[in-house]
Design a protein around this ligand. Sequence first.
Ligand code: MG
Length: 392
Amino acid sequence: MHEETLRSVVVLGSTGSVGTQALDVIAARPGGFRVAALAAGGGKVELLARQAAEFGVEAVAVADEAAVPALKDALAAHGARPAVLAGPEGVAEVAAWPCDTVLNGITGALGLTSTLVALEAGRTLALANKESLIIGGPLVKRLAKPGQILPVDSEHSALQQCLWASGPGGHDPDSVKRLVVTASGGPFRGMKRAEMAGVTPEMALAHPTWSMGPVITINSATLVNKGLEVIEAHLLFDLGFDRIEVVVHPQSIIHSMVEYVDGSTIAQASPPDMRLPIALALGHPGRIPGAARAIDWTTAHTWTFEPLDDAAFPSVALARHVGSAGGTAPAVYNAANEACVEVFMRGALPFPAIVDTVAKVVEEHRVTPADSVDEVLAADAWARARAAELTT
Ligand code: MG
C-alpha cells in the first residue's frame, strides 16, 4: 500500500491471537495505519492498556464491565486517556467507531453484533470472527455490500487471492469449477475414531502447524473448524456445497485452491502465519511489504495431500448438512460445539463426544429462518442449553 494513505483501523478482540498479530502488522507499518479504537473481553486489562497507550487510541471497550476499574488504573499507569466503554453496548459502540476498517477478531458467536454493527456503519470489515458470518448468514449477507467483507481466515484469504488471480479480464464466476479448502488434519490426523477416546485437552491444544487461540485450536483437532470454514466459503463465494472440497495437506503451506472449468488449479502458498491474511485484509487492495516470511526455496520441501477421513472426522459432513439446511442450523452447530468444547476443556467430556453431542443437538433442532438477531441468538442459547444437558 502507499505510505501516504493513512488508514484508520478499529481492532475488536485486540488482546487475542488475531488481535495482537494485527497490531504487530500495524506497528511495523507506522505510516500506513492509525488505530482509532480497541475492544477486548476484559481478561487482559494490562495488555489492553499497553496497546491503548502504544497506539494512542481514542476509545477502549471491555465486554466485561467488572474489568473497568482495573482497566482505568492500568490506563492511568501508562499515561493513556482514551474514552472507556463497557459491556456489549460499549463493544458495539467501538464497532461503529469512525474508521476505515474494522477488524473483528472476537472469538465465537459473541462477535455477531459487532459484525452487523460494523457493516451497517459502512466500514470495511476484516473478518476473523467467522462464526458471525456462519451463524448470522442471511442477516450478514443482506447487510454486506460486494467487497465489504475481507476474510481474515487463511483458507478464505487464499481463495480470494486465487479468484483475484484467475485472469486478466478479472474474475469470471462461470469459470470456477470448485473451491478446494485445505486442512492440516490437526494433531490426530491418521487416527481412527476409537483411538481418540483417550485424547486430553493438552493433546488437542498441541496443533502441529498453526499457533492460534484455544477454541479454534480444539476446533482444528475435531475438524469442526474445517466444517465452519466450508460454510464460510459457501457464504463468502456463493458456491453450492457440492462445489466445495476439503483436502488434507499436513504442511499447511497451500492455504486453499480454486479449480477452474478448463482443468487449471490456482493455489496460494506461504508458510503458516496469520499476519499474511491480516495484512491482506488491512492493506487491501495493496499488499504490505514484509508482512510475513515467504517460502524458502533454498531448502527441500515435500507437500503432501490426502483425502479427508470422514468416518474419523464426521464434523465436516455434519457442517455440509447444517449449511445446506440453512436458517438457524449453522448457529446450532456452532453453539453446541462451543458449549461442548468448554466441557471438554474442563476434562469432563471425551474428545469424540464433542462432535457426537453436536450431531445430537443438530438432529433435535427444528430449523427456522434466521431472519433476526433474536432468532439466531435464541437458537444459539437453545443449542448451548441442550448441549449442557447432554454432557452432564
Ligand atoms: Mg482457517
